[in-house]
Design a binder for this molecule. Structure first.
Ligand code: SF4
Ligand code: SF4
Length: 75
């Protein structure tokens, strides 16, 4: 999907994330980082640094094998 303009909310479904970091290397604006907190499964889930910089490209959501990322356009 192409960039859509506007602002996007990036949500990591922390308990679904297994910390594989595929999304970290995929994000072109580098706003996804390896986490430092454990989720309920004892895994380090990814964190979002600057949601306001998200371009809405959805590369992260596409690459995530566990469907743990939601990208939503802000109203
Ligand atoms: S949608 Fe694109 S810019 Fe936004 S967090 Fe995912 S990979 Fe990064
Ligand atoms: S690709 Fe998905 S499972 Fe892997 S670190 Fe990112 S959000 Fe977590």
């Amino acid at each position: 999907m192409q960039d859509m303009g506007g602002k996007f909310q990036v949500t990591i479904l922390r308990d679904w994330c297994k910390g594989c970091d595929l999304c970290v290397s995929e994000c072109p604006v580098k706003i996804l980082v390896k986490g430092s907190h454990l989720n309920s499964r004892g895994l380090l889930y990814v964190e979002v640094t600057e949601s306001s910089l998200c371009t809405g490209c959805r590369r992260c959501a596409t690459v995530c094998p566990d469907v743990a990322i939601r990208i939503e356009m802000e109203a």
